[in-house]
Design a protein. Structure first.
Length: 196
């Protein structure tokens, strides 16, 4: 994340997203695939690191560079194979967008960090090694079991999330950069999908 100053002089936290160029590698139609969509590709890859089926797919799409593919359905732009889609084709300053991505993985976490439990609190009166424990987890004779969905320690993060209503603060068409207000899911350099 970074920050820029608005017209009123206040600092606003924002995230820089590089949006392409995205190349159309396949046009899907109802007759051939059962639905209408464009398959977009982003990011260069060396030819020796690309599988032969993907090389054939890119050759058929008339693209010179080797790209990683990300499929987006119901993309409302009329393009043909090999066309590049840049940020200024779709977005403008002031638009509200939704950004989808995989959140940062935090590994195995306890109940205090994962769910915001308070823990025991005080370290006095015989509270030994229980400051961050979850406490009681179930009944004794009834119901004699734990109900599904009980919040406990476990793996945190690494899940698909969508952040909506992010305002486009600035657009740099030459570099295909988009500045959106606020934070987006994922680590630095992660792949995300931006929708209007």
């Amino acid at each position: 994340m970074t920050s820029i100053f608005g017209a009123n002089g206040h600092s606003m936290g924002c995230t820089v997203i590089q949006l392409g160029p995205c190349v159309v590698t396949q046009v899907k139609t109802t007759e051939t695939d059962g639905y209408n969509a464009l398959q977009l590709s982003y990011g260069e890859r060396k030819a020796r690191s690309t599988t032969k089926p993907l090389l054939g797919h890119f050759t058929k799409a008339k693209t010179t560079a080797k790209y990683k593919t990300i499929e987006m359905r119901d993309f409302a732009i009329d393009k043909v194979l090999g066309d590049a889609i840049v940020a200024s084709d779709v977005f403008a300053e002031g638009d509200l967008v939704a950004v989808s991505g995989v959140t940062k993985g935090k590994g195995f976490q306890g109940g205090v960090k994962r769910h915001g439990f308070a823990g025991v609190g005080s370290a006095t009166h015989g509270q030994h090694n229980r400051q961050r424990s979850p406490g009681s987890v179930g009944g004794s004779s009834y119901p004699s079991k734990l109900f599904k969905g009980l919040r406990m320690a476990g793996r945190d993060g690494g899940e698909q999330r969508t952040v909506t209503k992010l305002k486009v603060l600035k657009l740099f068409p030459e570099q295909n950069l988009l500045l959106v207000k606020g934070a987006i899911p994922g680590h630095k350099g992660a792949f995300v999908i931006v929708k209007k």
